[in-house]
Design a protein around this ligand. Structure first.
Ligand code: TNX
Length: 522
């Protein structure tokens, strides 16, 4: 047995040399120092030990062993007994905080909770990628600034399989992202099975064809569709939870509703003539805010949604809702009169408030895009600021929780260079890595309002992202910049970030992730 355990607590003569090379971690930890003493040689058979009876840490250790096998060709063993690579909990640390030490006594990852240990192991993956199996003596003390570090994937404009979604979640985990915002309903497709309303997926999950190019006049003539069964949704939610990621589902209302209306035309003001959209944009077909049947539908859908997703926050969209059909609809106008609303903006606000009351009564909180501010927002709704940070700033100043996700810094569907001719078609705009990195989620906020900033989020809309290879290309490496803004917003230096990214890109390669090469020295 001992023979196979080739642990060399070596007085690495090279330790001095290692000490000269500081750890290159992304996101940047609070403190990382090489001590210049004895380090640790990892080898096949080295044991990772976890506290007795902690099944969560046991599973985390097994995940880590799998990464090591894939990324470093190293076959570690997991045991409850003593091992040189120890995972442990330390209640004096914050919930997501960790301490990682390498020294002559071995390697210790201590976390405030299992999540902290998990983040420590993400750092360790990067250290092994940087130094190889001969780790120098070092000490890392780390903790994130923001509690919400999110990334959204739009699975409506283009559909991604469960395996692809899981790989997406793996990528988030590597970056210590802890929220996966899953965009599940939109004009071009309804992607989540709702048992009470089977037409949503029988009809709403499929479009007749898809527009070509940048909303040209030509279409591909190919039916396109897909959806996630509730069983698959549960599988994804569990997979994310094992990576300490909460899945925040988005069910869009009252706009971006074409696929739902095509499935159940009585949900719209006109009551007929709807289709799952085949081009991109904003459409006038929205949920009728006058009829109570719309709200009954929403509540029954949300009833199934909250049973699937343990997330405290449920995203209800709220963005880009044209009001023409409400202006023409007698039911909507009656609602405006009876509720004493001033106009259609207040009708949208009525819609969102009513849904928020339902969510709150069921133990959840509402989050929506910054349009939920129009016509008045409740004091408790969380606002995701996408049209710049202005909405977020306004909301934070009045005390609402805020997630910053402005197009200016967080829209990873935009081009990443201005050399558009040599890039795959993208939404437009140019958002290079350096610009993503500049986001300051606190800008414009005094210290009181800053406390309302829950965090930041990267958004990957997929109108022009037809497959998962391109999704990765758009996501990486820009996600790393968002991750660092969310983890370490106050200590940032772009040149140093790029230096550290040169190491992380190697790990992307080892994991088989595709990434855009532009920012790197080739
Ligand atoms: C705006 S961001 C949208 C999406 C589009 C995106 C394209 C938001 C709340 N709405 O529907 O896909 O722009 O960048």
């Amino acid at each position: 047995m001992k023979k196979t355990i080739l642990l060399l607590l070596a007085a690495l003569s090279a330790a001095g040399a290692f000490a000269a090379v500081p750890p290159a971690l992304v996101p940047q930890p609070r403190l990382a120092v090489c001590d210049g003493d004895e380090g640790l040689q990892l080898a096949d058979g080295v044991r990772i030990s976890v506290p007795a009876n902690n099944v969560v840490l046991f599973r985390v250790a097994e995940q880590f062993a799998q990464w090591m096998e894939r990324e470093a060709g190293l076959r570690l063993a997991v045991a409850e007994s003593d091992g040189p690579l120890r995972l442990t909990l330390d209640e004096s640390l914050g919930a997501e905080a960790y301490r990682l030490t390498v020294g002559p006594d071995g390697l210790l990852v201590a976390g405030g909770t299992e999540a902290g240990v998990f983040y420590g192991l993400q750092s360790l993956r990067q250290l092994v990628s940087q130094y190889g199996t001969a780790l120098p003596a070092l000490r890392i003390e780390d903790e994130p600034t923001f509690a919400y570090r999110g990334t959204m994937l739009d699975c409506c404009r283009h559909f991604f399989t469960v395996d692809e979604v899981k790989t997406f979640i793996d990528i988030l985990a590597l970056h210590k992202i802890n929220r996966f915002h899953w965009h599940l309903t939109d004009d071009q497709g309804w992607r989540i099975e709702i048992l009470r309303y089977p037409e949503l997926t029988r009809v709403g999950a499929h479009r007749a064809e898809t527009v070509l190019g940048n909303n040209s006049a030509a279409y591909d003539g190919k039916p396109y569709g897909g959806y996630y069964t509730q069983r698959q949704v549960r599988d994804v939610v569990a997979y994310a939870a094992e990576r300490f990621i909460t899945v925040v589902p988005e069910i869009e209302m009252p706009g971006h509703a074409s696929a739902a209306l095509a499935s159940y035309p009585w949900l719209g003001c006109a009551g007929e003539g709807y289709k799952v959209q085949t081009l991109w944009g904003v459409f006038p077909e929205v949920f009728c805010a006058g009829r109570d049947t719309t709200f009954e539908f929403m509540e029954e859908v949300l009833d199934e949604v909250i049973a699937l997703f343990p997330s405290e926050y449920i995203h209800v969209g709220g963005d880009e809702c044209p009001k023409e059909s409400w202006k023409r609809c007698p039911e909507c106008q009656r609602r405006i009169r009876e509720e004493g609303l001033r106009d259609e903006n207040e009708l949208q606000s009525y819609f969102i408030h009513r849904i928020e009351r339902w969510l709150n009564a069921h133990g959840r909180r509402l989050i929506g895009w910054d349009e939920i501010l129009d016509g008045g927002v409740s004091p408790t709704a969380a606002v995701m600021s996408w049209r710049g940070t202005e909405g977020g700033i306004r909301a934070a100043r009045q005390g609402n929780p805020v997630v910053m996700a402005p197009t200016t810094h967080c829209y990873l569907d935009y081009y990443q260079t201005d050399d558009v001719a040599n890039e795959p078609l993208a939404w437009g705009g140019c958002l290079p890595l350096s610009k993503v990195y500049e986001l300051d989620p606190y800008e414009g906020l005094d210290s009181l309002a800053q406390r309302c900033v829950l965090g930041v989020q990267a958004n990957l809309w997929t109108e022009y992202i037809p497959d998962f290879a391109q999704a990765q290309y758009m996501l990486l490496p820009r996600l790393a910049a968002v991750a660092e803004v969310g983890w370490a917003p106050r200590r940032r230096n772009y040149d140093d970030f790029l230096r550290r990214m040169e190491h992380l890109r190697l790990l992307y390669g080892a994991c088989g992730y595709r990434y855009a090469p532009h920012p790197f020295a080739h």
